[in-house]
Design a protein around this ligand. Structure first.
Ligand code: ATP
Ligand code: PRP
Length: 205
């Protein structure tokens, strides 16, 4: 039995065609149901669809053998007990520092709003900058506008969300894309089975 953890939302939309090309189909009726463990065209392959940030947790603990998650989420999680197998090149974006155009970011302690606490701390500490992190779960763009922070660290793709809120991208922290990950123990115990799927997924990229 092989369990694959997929991220809800935009990663799911791009993962399904990729899995399909590799030969794994999830019937529409399964995807539209309220079931949490979905059947596929293989009796021995099940799929769970969960929040993006929970994917590395399920894979780390072996509750899923394989998973697809954004590099942003993998960096935050630390990915202990998880191997990154493939860069799938989907859900590409950039983790960036952004702020209002007229904002002075040369203060002694910068207030940074983000949900990416680990990446943010690492980035600013490397630069020797002192920061106060304000942890948010979403709508980071609001923080500089209402005076909650001096800047934000968030994902940027088209730049439309920043533009719509009169913010500008300033510094690149990481290039982001989704990765295929595996539980390290499962990688040993189910090696040939997992390797077969890696080869098929690689071919479908
Ligand atoms: P959660 O439910 O765990 O809070 P979320 O609301 O951030 O997750 P999504 O917005 O669907 O979920 O983002 C999931 C992943 O998609 C992110 O971890 C990132 O890798 C990628 N992603 C997020 N925003 C973008 C974007 N604008 N363009 C491309 N990829 C993105
Ligand atoms: C993500 C991210 C930005 C936006 C960037 O938000 O947090 O707000 O996409 O994309 P853009 O540069 O193309 O505008 P998302 O749409 O996932 O909403 P959420 O963070 O509230 O889940």
């Amino acid at each position: 039995m092989l369990t694959i953890a997929l991220s809800k939302g935009r990663i799911l939309d791009q993962s399904l065609p990729l899995l399909e090309k590799a030969g794994i189909n999830i019937p529409k009726s399964e995807l539209e149901s309220r079931k949490l463990i979905l059947d596929t065209n293989f009796d021995v392959i099940k799929v769970i669809v969960i929040r993006a940030s929970d994917v590395p947790v399920f894979v780390q603990h072996g509750a899923a053998d394989l998973g697809i998650a954004g590099k942003d989420v993998l960096i935050e999680h630390g990915a202990d007990g998880v191997f990154e197998l493939l860069d799938l090149g989907i859900s590409k974006c950039r983790l960036m520092v952004a702020s209002k155009t007229d904002k002075n970011l040369n203060k002694s302690t910068l207030k940074v709003a983000t949900k990416y606490v680990k990446s943010t701390k690492e980035y600013f500490y490397k630069q020797g900058k002192q920061i106060e992190v304000i942890k948010l779960s979403g709508a980071m763009e609001l923080a500089p506008i209402v005076g909650l922070s001096d800047c934000i660290v968030d994902l940027v793709d088209s730049g439309n969300t920043l533009k719509a809120n009169n913010l500008v991208p300033l510094e690149l922290i990481h290039e982001i894309s989704s990765r295929l990950i595996v539980n390290s123990a499962a990688f040993n115990t189910k090696h040939s089975e997992i390797n077969d799927w890696i080869t098929k997924i690689k071919k479908s990229l």
